[in-house]
Design a protein around this ligand. Structure first.
Ligand code: PRX
Length: 664
């Protein structure tokens, strides 16, 4: 039976299908924070001094005298001798500016209860919790791990850490106990703030049990603080070295903690992300450059204004939430929204219900969510008044033109620009996107690099490719929000990002983000996806090696190869090709054990969509697994050249198996 969203969909296709460029709506341009096209030239001519414009969005305790120090490239320093405090910039100064009663955070729990923190409320709780952390022993530069779902205590804990100069390391709540332990051990983190549980599609999930299991894998003593989110719904017990969050805040109620003066280059936080090897990378971001960049891009790209209600529907456990739920918007003194649950609870209109109820001005989400909304149909957004929206954004993966146009039409009513923002955990903030008050939008293409950002698409030798040709994305100049290093691993920092296209002898440093891309004659860049062994499932970055090592940890598995295959909603899905050990059957029970093993080692997001048992994997003569062929098989595409394989005959066998399973 035809879905009732089909008719408008057909009409939309007909009208918009041909259109491949959209001008920013005049009403938007008129009020945009940035609308002078001269900004591109101004930044280019004035580089790196142009970045003062970002730094000027912050209050500095001690002004910096040098903008960029590139003497130790690629270990760049930005605003190096300036000092500031991020918590002061996100809270105190707005109060000093007479805005203490403005809402800083509006939160809605999945069951529907709401909380609002004004800037004054935020000040009180951040100070009390900062005092509590100090009393627990947290000193400047001690890494505090935050393993929490979307509750207001998460940004409060981040800002409390920032206030006392303790870098935080947020671990996504959907990650497993093992993933928590790995990250706490890697950072020698002796403090953990976590939560008893949270709601997901109406169920109360026990989070503390997972945190406790994680703690058993930590190789040093830890002081743990537990937020009671679920109350009577889930009873929990506090053991030795466990503290109740509310008790700590009550005990320190009314205390004020002087914001610690931090050097611009001091670490604000660590964020672990997936890379090519099994070991996650500890991306280090700084207090001055990162915060200035998050604030500047929130201002220029997201057009955030203090009087807005702004909603980035990401999870704070990822970089998007750090930069665009917490630091960017709060540095600009706006009202930032947080929602605890899923978009389809209690019904598939929850997001639009929230936009309507809170009169959201700016909405920023991921293509995977947009694809799901599109699949559910227009009747859900049509139930609500979305006219408060002024700007829409997307991030995390390529967005196909059809989804872009659906978002533009059915959510933005053709009157909101859509910014497709390319960036990464490592870049700290947006790098490639149109400026909504200036550039024409081309669905499917992120746009030109932002002013002051020098990016290009090159071939394997580093020469720029011609318009329309696929190549590798590179960034040729440093920028304030860039990662400074990988925590305790400068060598890996160089080898991961700076080896491929740099010429150290000539002191020429080129950053390689490990994405493929195309560029058109107008300089618009379309990012095609990762060229390393990282896959992107629902906008979540996962290392295939991490998943493989979880799978080979399951008894009965001899070898495994993991690739990403196209998925209608998730973008990519995990395909695992598995060879069993002698004496083991590739049966349903082993399949379940593999899926559970991945869940346990990483978390549910990494669970394989398909597990394909095979007696062999396609390998080159030198023994390297031909992943590209496995990807072709997963995508049911024509198989590439198999002539260089040691065992070409296995390819067709595997392909048949996958086809068979898809038909089941
Ligand atoms: O492959 C690119 C993809 O997401 C990767 C970065 O993932 P992560 O560090 O988890 O950060 C995600 C949120 C910033 C990139 O290397 N990516 C991100 N944004 C886009 C994108 N691919 C295409 N278009 C985008 N707008």
């Amino acid at each position: 039976m035809a879905d009732d969203s089909d008719a408008p969909e057909v009409e939309l296709e007909a009208r918009l299908a041909e259109q491949d460029s959209f001008e920013p709506p005049a009403a938007f341009v008129e009020q945009a924070n940035v609308s002078d096209p001269g900004i591109y030239e101004e930044f280019e001519e004035n580089w790196p001094e142009c970045w003062e414009r970002a730094a000027d969005l912050l209050d500095w305790e001690q002004e910096y005298s040098e903008i960029l120090d590139d003497s130790e490239a690629p270990f760049y320093e930005w605003f190096g001798d300036g000092t500031l405090n991020a918590s002061y910039n996100c809270i105190d100064r707005h109060i000093e500016n007479g805005r203490k009663n403005q809402a800083a955070i509006r939160w809605e729990g999945e069951p529907g209860e709401t909380r609002t923190y004004t800037y004054q409320d935020l000040y009180r709780e951040v100070n009390a919790f900062a005092a509590a952390l100090r009393e627990l022993g947290v000193g400047e530069d001690d890494v505090v791990t935050l393993y929490m779902p979307m509750v207001p205590e998460l940004p409060i804990a981040m800002l409390a850490c920032a206030r006392i100069g303790a870098p935080h390391s947020v671990v996504f709540a959907g990650f497993s106990a093992d993933a928590l332990a790995t990250r706490m051990n890697a950072a020698d983190s002796e403090y953990l703030v976590t939560c008893d549980g949270y709601y997901r599609r109406g169920d109360a999930l026990n989070h503390k049990e997972k945190a406790d299991r994680g703690l058993r894998g930590v190789d040093h003593d830890v002081e743990t603080v537990v937020v009671d989110r679920l109350g009577d719904e889930l009873k929990h017990f506090l053991g030795q070295h466990h503290h109740d969050y509310a008790d700590l805040v009550a005990a320190h109620e009314g205390e004020e903690v002087e914001p610690v003066e931090r050097s611009a280059e001091d670490m604000l936080f660590l964020m672990y992300t997936s890379g090519t090897t099994g070991q996650p990378k500890g991306v280090k971001h700084t207090t001055g450059g990162y915060l200035a960049y998050a604030a500047w891009t929130s201002h220029a790209v997201l057009d955030v204004k203090p009087e807005d209600t702004y909603w980035c529907a990401a999870d704070i456990g990822w970089i998007t939430g750090h930069s665009y739920i917490v630091y960017g918007p709060l540095a600009l003194g706006t009202t930032t929204m947080m929602y605890e649950g899923t978009p389809d609870y209690p019904d598939r209109d929850r997001m639009w219900d929230l936009v309507d109820k809170y009169k959201v001005d700016v909405f920023y989400t991921a293509p995977t969510a947009i694809r799901a909304f599109m699949k559910w149909g227009t009747k859900y957004p049509e139930r609500h008044d979305l006219s408060s929206l002024r700007l829409l954004g997307t991030v995390g993966e390529p967005i196909n033109p059809r989804a872009w146009k659906w978002y533009y039409k059915h959510i933005g009513d053709e009157s909101c620009p859509v910014v497709d923002t390319w960036w990464q955990t490592e870049t700290g903030g947006m790098m490639i996107t149109t400026l909504p008050g200036i550039g024409d939008m081309k669905p499917g293409s992120a746009g030109p690099p932002l002013p002051g950002i020098s990016a290009d698409v090159v071939d394997a030798t580093g020469d720029p490719v011609e318009a329309g040709q696929a190549g590798y994305l590179v960034v040729n100049k440093p920028w304030p929000g860039m990662l400074r290093t990988l925590y305790r691993n400068d060598d890996r920092f160089i080898s991961e990002y700076w080896q491929e296209y740099s010429d150290p002898d000539a002191d020429e440093w080129v950053y390689f983000p490990e994405d493929g891309a195309k560029i058109d004659e107008d300089g618009y860049i379309t990012v095609l996806g990762r060229v390393d062994d990282v896959i992107n499932v629902s906008g979540h970055r996962l290392g295939t090696m991490e998943i493989e090592s979880a799978i080979v940890g399951v008894p009965g598995v001899a070898e495994a190869a993991v690739v990403g295959g196209h998925h209608e909603v998730k973008g990519e899905a995990v395909y695992a090709y598995v060879i069993t050990e002698d004496g083991y059957e590739g049966d349903e029970s082993l399949r379940e054990k593999i899926i559970d093993g991945v869940d346990e080692a990483i978390g549910p997001i990494a669970k394989p969509e398909q597990v394909i048992f095979t007696p062999e994997l396609p390998k080159t003569r030198s023994g390297k697994i031909m992943r590209r062929l496995l990807e072709d098989i997963a995508n049911d595409e024509e198989l590439g050249d198999t002539s260089t394989l040691r065992n070409p005959e296995v390819v067709e066998d595997i392909a048949e198996k996958v086809r068979g399973e898809s038909e089941e």
